[in-house]
Design a protein around this ligand. Sequence first.
Ligand code: GLU
Length: 279
Amino acid sequence: MKLRKVSAAAAAVVVLSITATACGGDGDKDNAGSGGGKTIKIGIKYDQPGLGLKEPGGKFSGFDVDVATYVAKELGYKPDQIEFVETKSADRENALARGDVKFIAATYSITDERKQKVDFAGPYLLAHQDLLVKADSKISKATDLNGEDLCSVTGSTSAQNVKKDFAPKANLQERSGYSECISSLQSGAVDALTTDDSILAGFAAQEQYKGQFKLAGLKLSNENYGIGVKKGDTETVNKINAALEKMVKDGAWEKAVKDNFGPANYKNEPAPKIGVIVK
Ligand code: GLU
């Protein structure tokens, strides 16, 4: 009997270590830590300065990070109980459906198409699609893009709008993240980068790009940023909406705007009303 117990325990150890290895090492730390030990996984972008950025030292910064941290606090999680997970534009719906993250704050526009697959709290920011071009570029309107090389991101509304409306004859190159597009723009591999003005302003203000690029200032669309949650999780949607309302009321929203958009000189729209989508 005793022997059996020992071997069962040994087998359990083997299984655990295999699982830990398969996870790549980090996953097994999830519920370590002291106290309650609970953590929350939140999806953000890792490569969008001013919105969602994983800095070289491992620190996370940006407006979405501040909103996510505030919301997590209202849900009962301290900053050290948050585990940020990268959710690229094309992965967001699947990450929520799989339950990889509790919610996503990642420049995630609320659209009817996405609402078939996920639920949204918010909106918490209104941005607009725009173009980023080299400082000496002649491209100044969407139709100038036809025949030009344009970069955007797979799974984004930006790429979809270009194909459907703004410049169907542009040579659209889709990447997995906007940081890849900015490298292509700098090297001259593409003539323009298109996505939300909030994101483009953050890139343009980076030290290494200062003076090299300009935004066209076109307001090509309304991008109502929502917080994505798993389809059917109405309880979390309601809690997040209450948190967002509180964030605006107590001034934390305005502070997050100043801290994160101030350096990029991005002129954001006023705080949206919860549940009101600007079409
Ligand atoms: N807000 C747009 C979207 O949700 C573009 C930015 C992004 O790709 O995250 O698709």
